[in-house]
Design a protein around this ligand. Structure first.
Ligand SMILES: Nc1nc2c(ncn2[C@@H]2O[C@H](COP(=O)(O)OP(=O)(O)OP(=O)(O)O)[C@@H](O)[C@H]2O)c(=O)[nH]1
Ligand SMILES: [Mg+2]
Length: 236
């Protein structure tokens, strides 16, 4: 097989996975519950994928973009709006049972690093997030969102360190790429990739996304489905 045929086959396989993942996200997606405290977490019965990142980085917007819903996760103009762990259910294990178990869940986490929040509130979030991330058996993957205009901040590094320690693998997702010039994006991305290589639990490849323009969304859908359900889920 020539190299170009091989590349062509790879490209088609990638597109097929993206189509299958997009079809899954265009099916059932439901808000399950909001957990302001640990005791309100749902039963850990299916894999979960968590979305972490600084306040206002675009977690809720990315969740809306992935699920193709305009406002399933409230996207806010007021930073610090998401103060609970919000759970969303995707897919159905048995299509004949409409209110049956989902295939997996997405978890919208409270944003960190919001300067105006009172210390007590910040401590409470930190504790909630830390305990969830360290102790959740069904947590399959984290997405650490980073604003492509700002790059990594100290709070992001703290979060990455905590995930390294908890040995929870994470993907770094650059958000709002529509807001920066291509050259600037390249510079920021390569700097973050260099730093990611030093973090044992970080994936080496970054995801470049724009919830606004839809960039990188299909590829991220395929990655999320693979993380939650394994490569076996994709049929040939
Ligand atoms: N231009 C652009 N704006 C975006 C994008 N994603 C999010 N935003 C904007 O950024 C702001 C914050 O987005 P959210 O999705 O609410 O951010 P969040 O991380 O959920 O914020 P908290 O819940 O407060 O932690 C909103 O005004 C969004 O419209 C994007 O891809 N491009
Ligand atoms: Mg939010």
């Amino acid at each position: 097989m020539t190299r170009s045929t091989e590349q062509e086959l790879e490209r088609r396989a990638k597109e097929r996975r993206e189509r299958q993942a997009s079809r899954l996200f265009s099916g059932r997606v439901d808000f399950l519950l909001s957990a302001p405290q640990l005791k309100f977490l749902p039963e850990p019965i299916v894999p979960e994928i968590a979305f972490c990142g600084r306040s206002n980085v675009g977690k809720s917007s990315l969740l809306n973009a992935l699920t193709g819903r305009r406002a399933i996760a409230r996207a806010s103009v007021t930073p610090g709006r998401t103060q609970e762990l919000n759970f969303f259910e995707v897919g159905l294990q048995d299509p004949n049972i409409p209110d049956g178990k989902p295939l997996f869940r997405l978890v919208d986490m409270p944003g960190y690093g919001f300067a105006k929040a009172p210390v007590k509130v910040v401590e409470r979030w930190k504790n909630l997030v830390r305990t969830y991330l360290r102790g959740r058996q069904v947590l399959a993957r984290n997405l650490v969102l980073v604003d492509s205009r700002h790059g990594l901040k100290e709070v992001d590094r703290e979060m990455m360190k905590m995930l390294d320690e908890a040995a929870v693998g994470y993907r770094i997702v650059l958000t709002k790429t529509d807001k920066v010039k291509a050259s600037e994006l390249e510079r920021v991305a390569s700097k973050i990739a260099d730093e990611a290589r030093k973090h044992p639990a970080a994936f080496p490849d970054l995801h470049l996304t724009s919830s606004e323009k839809g960039m990188g969304i299909e590829a991220l859908r395929a990655a999320v489905v693979a993380d939650a359900l394994g490569d076996e889920w994709f049929s040939n």
